[in-house]
Design a protein around this ligand. Structure first.
Ligand code: GDG
Length: 476
């Protein structure tokens, strides 16, 4: 085992990886279901790791008791960083989600740059740094996650932290031209340069970062460029900048999709939609996911290829998210209107073109939709990776699914050869891809899906974790 994999992990993310719930038996705290938690849990347990983050629950939850129980059950410790409602408003909904999120997804029009937001972001990042400083001992592997916490490393340095610090960005990193628009660009890029290891999802993100850093901080020099990383020098410090595409726990989806429960649920779904191909979309409610553009492309496909009418339905699952933010509430309204209009235009008593669900599905229901849908239509305007694309393939156990994927999703780098790649801004091109997927022969579908599945099986989230952590050790 590499030296770093035997270290104690200190993971820091905006939210603790838990789901807190209250029912008639009282309160409970369970680990979240994301791939990151699944991948990290075994090594967190083995090396007595610590996860630091905002608990995200109200004051009425008995947090101390829940945290103690969590540690006894899961074998690793959670350390909460409580945030006030004002901090959540300014740091989280403000700077993180109204400045960084749209800018890093190339959607400058949604950006709001406000000084109080930036100041709160700075202050909350300092608060996280203080929580880390209290926990960290020399030789820990300190690993900060995502765009809400980019300045944590710099604050730790100010507090005298000399040890290695690592950071992974889950969303894209923008081009230097876009990044330059940010009023606090120098502070932010220098903040990122305080880490020793910076991880991005794709080669493009890594290049964007290296170009931005060398442009904005002229003393930064490129020392070497290798396949998986670039070494930068800034003063007497060396910074390793790599790309590590995140993935999923393939086996969990593959086996889950083969379970009886999922098989039954999948059968019911198609029983009700006999003779039709299902096109699946699954997204959080977010303007980066390209859902209105997708509805329009689907409408265009029905116009252009009338033989699809009555024989294909778009099943769109939208998981409610950030609904208190006006841009998100507007998007929800836009989707309701578009689905209503398209259904009124093409629908018949026995067939609706768009089946639109606005809620979070239970896991069995999600896997059933992955397994049974003949086509997945995943068309974000920009996405760090997009795990739904990988989950769909891992669950497509009959090898009969076709993946239509946006060329602007990080996942396109890895899956593009065996998916139908589309530009989500190109309504006609996406409509053509829908038709091409609909008419694709079973053998061709099988060939592509087998390749996709074997790629994701090999490059799963466990490999991602090893690659990132081992990369700290040496030349890989
Ligand atoms: C960020 C980056 C990057 C969705 N609907 C339901 C449901 N989901 C789960 C999926 C999937 C997750 O939500 C969404 O993951 P994505 O990767 O697609 O997107 P983000 O949330 O935006 O994540 C992204 C990721 O970080 C990891 O680095 O890939 O680019 O934006 O796991 O399964 N889960 C359930 N019901 C649903 O209805 N249970």
């Amino acid at each position: 085992m590499s030296p770093s994999l035997s270290k104690r992990l200190l993971i820091i993310s905006n939210r603790l990886p838990t789901v807190i719930a209250q029912n008639e038996d009282g309160w409970s705290m369970k680990p979240g279901s994301g791939g990151l938690v699944t991948a990290l849990a075994p090594i967190m347990r083995k090396n007595h790791g610590v996860w630091i983050g905002w608990p995200g629950c109200g004051d009425d939850a008995p947090l101390d008791k829940l945290l103690r129980e969590f540690k006894d059950q899961q074998g690793y410790q959670l350390v909460p960083v409580p945030l006030s409602e004002e901090e959540v408003e300014l740091y989280y909904r403000g700077f993180s989600n109204a400045a960084i999120w749209p800018m890093f997804h190339d959607l400058l029009g949604f950006c709001r740059f406000e000084l109080p937001h930036w100041q709160a972001y700075n202050a909350v990042n300092q608060k996280f740094a203080a929580a880390i400083a209290e926990q960290a001992v020399p030789d820990d592997f300190v690993w900060v996650h995502d765009y809400q916490l980019m300045l944590v490393g710099a604050h730790l340095r100010d507090m005298g932290q000399q040890d290695r610090l690592a950071f992974f960005l889950h969303i894209p990193f923008p081009s230097p031209d876009l990044f330059r628009r940010l009023p606090w660009k120098i502070e932010l890029i220098k903040g990122l340069l305080a880490y020793d290891q910076l991880g991005f999802q794709t080669l493009r993100d890594r290049r964007n970062f290296v170009q931005t850093a060398t442009l904005l901080v002229p003393e930064v020099e490129v020392v070497s460029r290798k396949r998986h990383h670039t070494l930068l020098q800034w003063g007497d410090r060396i910074i390793k900048v790599g790309h590590y595409p995140i993935s999923i726990d393939f086996t969990e989806f593959d086996q889950g999709a083969r379970s009886h429960e999922v098989e039954d649920a999948a059968w019911y779904l198609h029983e009700n939609l006999r003779g039709r191909q299902l096109v699946l979309g699954v997204d959080r409610l977010d303007y980066t996911k390209g859902i209105p553009e997708r509805f329009l492309a689907f409408e265009r496909a029905l116009e252009k290829y009338p033989e699809l009418i009555g024989r294909i339905s778009l099943l769109q699952v939208v998981v409610p998210s950030r609904t208190l933010v006006p841009d998100y509430a507007n998007l929800k309204e836009q989707l309701d209107q578009l689905a209503g209009r398209i259904n009124a235009r093409f629908g018949k008593p026995e067939w609706l073109p768009i089946l639109y669900v606005f809620r979070c599905l239970e896991r069995v229901q999600l896997l059933a939709r992955y397994r049974t849908s003949e086509i997945a239509l995943i068309t974000p305007l920009r996405d760090g990776m997009n795990l739904v694309a990988k989950e769909y393939c891992a669950s497509s156990v009959e090898n009969n699914g076709v993946l239509i994927l946006s060329e602007f999703a990080g996942a396109a780098d890895q899956l593009g050869k065996h998916a139908l790649l589309v530009n989500p801004y190109d309504t006609d091109g996406t409509a053509d891809a829908i038709y091409q997927a609909f008419t694709m022969e079973p053998e061709e579908r099988r060939q592509h899906m087998m390749h996709l599945r074997s790629d994701i099986r090999r490059n799963d989230v466990h490999r991602w974790l090893r690659r990132f952590v081992e990369s700290a050790d040496g030349d890989n």
